[in-house]
Design a protein around this ligand. Structure first.
Ligand code: SF4
Length: 257
């Protein structure tokens, strides 16, 4: 049993590269750069949060034009020299337009938002598993659709998993909501892949949620028993915020230890 709180991204970083996990979560080294793909994702999430904050406060529902204006303002306000474009052939404008397309796709598919059942956005939910592991997740949006609880998550990246049913994040969010809203029988997850205007719906059985708790426990055991966090070079190294330190990237980590 651990006192630490784990999230899906924390577990995924460890599985991707133990060295990166050490830099980020053990040594807590400040990131010097942010990949522009992550920057786009954050701005799109903020824009959709703005949309639903207006819906929740029964304010006037923003038009698509209002949302795109909001997106442009926060993009210009937050953009700085830490934002890194890894794919040299692409421009800042290219990524700006991807964000615009994500917002437009979402708006056109889901308008007019008049009878929307959203009851909370950007919600942190915690849970302690039967193994005593403490886990948490930030849910983009929760909605009532009749007596069904719908978990929404927005994705702006270019990758769509082959089988959403195998996705650990989806399952983890269902587990968190099953425990938080234990009186609700019907909980589904909707993953919105905004670039492609595609939405996948998934649900989980009790056995699958039990299996997830067991899987999470074995990853946490592995993390907590690790003495040497080795680098594990992978296809995402060019985006790694710690490659300036790591010998597998472009750094000299002897300077850091
Ligand atoms: S550059 Fe690659 S190997 Fe090095 S810490 Fe980052 S992900 Fe791991």
């Amino acid at each position: 049993m651990s006192n630490k709180i784990y999230s899906n991204s924390k577990l995924s970083v460890f599985k991707q590269c133990p060295m990166k996990y050490k830099y980020q979560y053990v040594l807590k080294i400040k990131k010097r750069t942010i990949g522009i793909e992550a920057f786009v994702g954050s701005r799109v999430h903020e824009t959709l949060e703005y949309l639903y904050s207006k819906i929740l406060s029964k304010d006037q529902i923003p038009t698509l034009g209002n949302l795109l204006e909001f997106y442009k303002e926060i993009w210009e306000d937050r953009f700085n020299n830490k934002i890194k474009i890894v794919k040299n052939e692409k421009t800042k404008e290219h990524y700006f337009k991807i964000g615009e397309k994500c917002i437009k796709n979402y708006y056109d598919t889901n308008k007019p938002f008049a009878n929307d059942g959203t009851f909370c956005i950007e919600k942190p939910i915690h849970h302690t598993t039967k193994y005593g592991d403490r886990i948490m997740g930030f849910i983009d949006r929760l909605e009532w659709s009749g007596n069904k609880l719908v978990i929404h998550d927005y994705k702006t990246g270019s990758n769509i998993p082959k089988n959403i049913h195998d996705d650990r994040q989806v399952c983890l969010y269902v587990l968190l909501c099953k425990n938080k809203y234990s009186e609700v029988d019907n909980i589904v997850a909707k993953w919105h892949f905004l670039r492609y205007c595609k939405t996948f719906t998934s649900f989980r059985t009790s056995n699958e949620l039990d299996d997830l708790e067991s899987e999470i426990n074995s990853i946490i055991q592995e993390i907590e028993n690790t003495k040497i966090f080795d680098p594990r070079p992978n296809k995402y190294c060019p985006w790694c915020e710690y490659k300036y330190i790591c010998e597998e990237g472009e750094g000299d980590n002897k300077k850091w230890f």
